[in-house]
Design a protein around this ligand. Structure first.
Ligand code: GLN
Length: 503
């Protein structure tokens, strides 16, 4: 395997800046890797045919002495929920097959402007609904750790691409866990920023009050570097915060080198039941906490009594918003149209949506329409919004006592393909610890905490901070990452079986 693809984005960027590697070489190495392994992994729905051209352009500009962004020349995988002008954007759905956007999502435009090289579009559950990528209309992605297992979802493609060394960095979106849960099951890092911290303009909406775009990578610093590129105010997104953000990369670098764990108060949630969590997940979580404690962190039990109602509230709020957002796929404005000879407009719409949407999308559109219907609105949607407020208050109370909250990032390691696809509730419960974070709008990061003893598969630990304290997560995440790396002696991904040999 080419050494280039093993490099972190930060290390590759340093070599690019030093002229030791060209962006053409780096991009070609990743395209070669995609050609070699993506037949098995299926992380990509589309591979760019202009990536090498973009890389050549960066090399030329660098040679001309232009001052370039830190990540200039580094390849990037882009979740297919983000629209792009030079590649189709399908959001994993048949209804958008071949759809070409007239504009780039802000995060894509900012990545290009910073010199990153989009390699392709990554697979995902249809319209980001799912936890396994099995709901993609284009077939599932497989976990590079074990090709019979799921890579998480909805952003399984982005996580698998990064875990399989097909890309050093990826963009994801997280509405209830779609960046963090795939990170957990693939041994990668995923960050869901503060709501409003990263532009949603050009992210095909699932649930607008929950959606957030964020970075996926193999190291905390790499996510921070990408977050620095994509974050910040965007006038095209009405919910975009106008804050001036600190450098997240600086925070990550400070965390990795410094003493940030000394005196850090880490909250663990009393009400989070141990049952429901795989033994190896709980064990890895507790071991990571012990490692932090040994460095002077203080583990504090906190109460978040409404945390466990997150999933129930989410599955009313999300379908309600999704049913409204997906109304625009009406056979007229975007993508697929199924003609019904002699039929009415309604007939065409119904036939198109019937043919274009998969089962999970239909399930949620029906659920959402029902929850919003007159007579039921207060009982369902209204009640769920009240629960959402209670969860937000739980976080407010907790953050008066602690600096960060820690949870396992998901209840189990990667399950087998097909195992939960026919049981929506089991699928939904994957996000029991990630969903409350979206409901509260606060940031959350998942970093690898180790391998589960019983199956040797990766486990992630999630850190949650108050809104706007994204930098704190990079600081703490990088500190814990550095400590665990010391314990392991090599990155977790070096142990991934499928990646060891030259495939
Ligand atoms: N798995 C969750 C769902 O199916 C989260 C999805 C997401 O974050 N986009 O809704």
């Amino acid at each position: 395997m080419s050494e280039i693809i093993r490099l972190s984005a930060a290390d590759l960027a340093a070599k690019l800046a030093a002229g030791e590697v060209s962006s053409m070489e780096a991009t070609q190495a990743h395209l070669d890797r995609i050609a070699a392994v993506d037949g098995d992994v299926h992380a990509f729905l589309h591979v760019s045919d202009t990536a090498l051209q973009a890389a050549a352009d960066i090399d030329r500009r660098r040679a001309a002495g232009e001052s370039l962004g830190e990540l200039a020349g580094v390849p990037l995988a882009v979740k297919d929920v983000l629209v792009t002008t030079d590649m189709p954007s399908t959001s994993g759905s048949k209804i958008l097959e071949g759809y070409m956007s007239p504009y780039d999502a802000t995060v894509v435009a900012r990545s290009r402007a910073a010199g990153l090289i989009p390699l392709g579009k990554t697979n995902m559950d249809e319209f980001a609904m799912g936890s396994s990528t099995e709901h993609s209309a284009y077939g599932p992605t497989r976990n590079p750790w074990d090709l019979d297992r799921i890579p998480g979802g909805s952003g399984g493609g982005s996580a698998a691409a990064v875990a399989a060394f097909e890309a050093p960095l990826a963009l994801g979106s997280d509405t209830g866990g779609s960046i963090r849960q795939p990170a957990h099951v693939t041994g990668t890092v995923g960050m869901k920023p503060t709501y409003g911290g990263v532009s949603r303009y050009g992210a095909i909406a699932l649930a607008s009050s929950l959606d957030q775009v964020g970075p996926v990578s193999r190291t905390v610093l790499d996510s921070a570097l990408l977050h620095d590129v994509i974050g910040g105010h965007d006038p095209n997104d009405a919910t975009s915060l106008t804050d001036r953000w600190p450098s997240f990369a600086a925070a990550a670098r400070e965390g990795a080198s410094g003493q940030v764990l000394k005196g850090l108060k880490v909250g663990v949630i009393r009400e989070l039941p141990d049952s429901g969590f795989q033994a190896g997940v709980s064990a890895s979580f507790r071991a990571a906490l012990a490692t932090m404690e040994a460095q002077g962190a203080e583990i504090v039990e906190i109460s978040a009594p409404h945390f466990e109602y997150g999933v129930a509230a989410y599955y009313l709020i999300l379908p309600a918003e999704a049913s409204s957002n997906l109304a625009k796929f009406d056979s007229v404005r975007f993508g697929l149209r199924v003609d019904v000879p002699g039929g009415t407009v309604e007939d065409v719409m119904a036939a198109t949506r019937d043919a274009g949407f998969g089962d999970e999308v239909k399930r949620r559109v029906i659920l959402g329409t029902y929850a919003l219907s007159a007579g039921y609105y207060d009982a369902y949607y209204g009640s769920a919004q009240k629960v959402r407020t209670l969860i937000q208050r739980d976080f407010d109370t907790a953050f008066a006592q602690v600096d960060v909250i820690a949870t396992p990032s998901a209840p189990t390691t990667a399950f087998r393909l097909g195992e939960k696809i026919d049981d929506p509730l089991q699928m939904y419960l994957n996000d029991v610890t990630t969903i409350p974070v979206n409901l509260a709008g606060v940031p959350g990061i998942s970093i690898p905490s180790g391998l589960a003893a019983e199956d040797g598969l990766p486990v992630g630990i999630q850190f949650i901070a108050p809104a706007r304290e994204d930098a704190r997560l990079y600081r703490v995440g990088a500190a814990v990452e550095a400590l665990l790396l010391d314990e392991w002696g090599e990155p977790l991904l070096a142990k991934a079986p499928v990646l060891g040999g030259a495939r």
